[in-house]
Design a protein around this ligand. Structure first.
Ligand code: CTP
Ligand code: ZN
Length: 149
């Protein structure tokens, strides 16, 4: 039998196949409730798919859409697994929506979204590697330009 490098959880969410170096960045965007239960983070675990991968397991947590969208930006290969009573009851790859609302900052310092109290709106014009275009100023962003709010 295959041995788990990070122990199993009973109920919650497992974020698997994170590009290893992005593991802590993914952890940092998750809203962790103060009363939360067990959280396991593994990094540099061996993976046939990615060589090395990161994994985050959170007991008693269901991800919201905003968290899932942020994970799709930081770790496009990640898999979200919902665990109920030790079984994987749902597994899906993260995916980017057509538009990101209130999630990414516009890189253009003169953009209205950086001056008025309005939510940013960026259209996903390309997925891999990701390229975004601001709804307001039409500036495009990729790679290092993409900054989460
Ligand atoms: N997992 C867990 N606790 C459980 C069940 C599963 O932490 N009670 C974790 C596993 O360690 C794995 C992930 O959830 O990292 C997905 O589980 P599973 O689908 O059984 O593993 P794989 O078949 O390896 O997944 P994949 O095909 O997505 O690589
Ligand atoms: Zn803009």
């Amino acid at each position: 039998m295959r041995q788990l490098q990070v122990s199993a959880i009973k109920d919650g969410t497992v974020i698997d196949h994170i590009d290893s170096k992005s593991t802590f960045k993914v952890a940092s965007i998750l809203n962790i409730p103060a009363e939360s239960r067990l959280i396991l983070v593994g990094m540099n675990l061996s993976s046939r798919q990615l060589g090395k991968k990161g994994i985050i397991k959170i007991e008693g947590k269901v991800l919201n859409q905003e968290e899932a969208n942020k994970i799709a930006l930081i770790a496009p290969n990640a898999t979200l697994n919902i665990i109920k009573n030790f079984e994987v009851v749902e597994k899906r790859r993260v995916s980017l929506p057509e538009e990101l609302v209130g999630i990414v900052k516009c890189f253009n310092p003169n953009c209205i979204s950086n001056h008025e109290r309005i939510q940013t709106r960026l259209k996903v014009v390309k997925k891999a590697p990701v390229r975004l275009r601001c709804h307001y100023c039409e500036r495009t962003m990729e790679g290092e330009d993409i900054e989460l709010l």
